[in-house]
Design a protein around this ligand. Structure first.
Ligand code: CP
Ligand code: NVA
Length: 311
């Protein structure tokens, strides 16, 4: 393997919008390389003996396992830290937790509710903090999404991506990431479910710099028409369980089924960050259909996060 660049050492990864296109490209390039090394079962122990603490205040399948297996493949190891098992769950401050964890760990991954808590953790930690999902962002997911699109379509620039559904954390990070790479991004949501205005304004600025576009519409068919990538996510995110019934009603029709695929560009890719709810935001036949890149997308969480940690 060629020597890794040093300039990303120590950087937090809290939001995709705070990273430049060049820095994100460095991550994606290394992710592709690590994927090949892993396929060939060639050792790439770039982080021997290094530790990753993973704080979880919400459940996870992909994020937990991809980080845990990823750091092990790099020669390090992970600690799963359920927030309710930490003193954090009994009122120890984020500041004290960050200060102490920095004495033991080489990096911290956190999945929680408030983005402000992740920012506070990063402010007080002396080691890099990686955002493993908050209510407003899922930047590690966006890395894997961009990696998958680039891998399948050969480029990101100019690709038309339609996100259909709830303008949630996944939508926000994907929108900003897409904008960085000059993609043409359209989100179709019901009124009142649009992505966070701050993320929209970051994305619009990034799109302007990179020559892409950001559109918000309320018609899923209009968004999907001629799209090269179709993307959706759950209608009720973690922490929104009580709103589930209302959301199911409000978001009905804002999903991906055979008709959505039919109006998209021929051979359009279908993506979903998972977990999926069949018959709600996506149909089972599309999820397992020939145009689905969802399983590669899930796999790419591993490679993208390994690159992030190594860098
Ligand atoms: N996509 C994703 O983050 O999945 P998990 O919730 O299983 O980690
Ligand atoms: N929007 C979803 C993504 C899960 C990976 C949630 O926050 O629950």
């Amino acid at each position: 393997m060629r020597a890794l660049p040093e300039h990303l050492k120590g950087r937090d990864f809290l939001r995709i919008g705070t990273w430049s296109r060049a820095d994100l490209e460095t991550v994606l390039d290394l992710a592709d390389e690590l994927k090949q090394l892993q396929r060939r079962r060639e050792a790439h122990e770039l982080l021997p003996g290094r530790s990753l603490g993973m704080i979880f205040e919400k459940p996870s399948t992909r994020t937990r396992i991809s980080f845990e297996v990823g750091i092990a493949q790099l020669g390090g190891f992970a600690l799963h830290l359920a927030a309710h098992d930490l003193q954090l769950g009994r009122g120890e401050t984020i500041k004290d937790t960050a200060t102490v964890l920095s004495r033991y760990l080489d990096a911290i991954m956190i999945r929680t509710f408030a983005q402000a808590d992740v920012e506070e953790l990063a402010e007080h930690a002396d080691v890099p903090v990686l955002n493993g999902l908050t209510d407003s962002a899922h930047p590690c997911q966006a890395l894997a999404d961009l990696m998958t699109i680039r891998e399948r379509l050969g480029t990101l620039e100019g690709i038309r991506l339609a996100y259909v559904g709830d303008g949630n954390n996944v939508c926000a990070s994907l929108m900003v990431g897409a904008a960085r790479f000059g993609m043409s991004f359209v989100a179709a949501t019901p009124a009142g479910y649009e992505p966070d205005p701050e993320a929209v304004s970051t994305a619009r600025q990034a799109a302007e710099e990179a020559g892409g576009t950001i559109e918000l519409v309320h018609d899923p068919g209009e968004a999907a028409r001629e799209a090269q990538v179709l993307y959706t996510d759950v209608w009720a995110s973690m922490g929104q369980e009580e709103e589930r019934e209302v959301r199911l009603r409000d978001l009905a029709g804002f999903g991906i089924d055979g008709d959505t695929v039919a109006v998209a560009a021929p051979g359009a890719l279908v993506l979903h960050c998972l977990p999926a709810h069949y018959g709600e935001e996506i149909t089972e036949d599309v999820l397992y259909g020939p145009q689905s890149a969802v399983w590669d997308q899930a796999e790419n969480r591993l490679h993208a996060q390994k690159a992030l940690m190594a860098l």
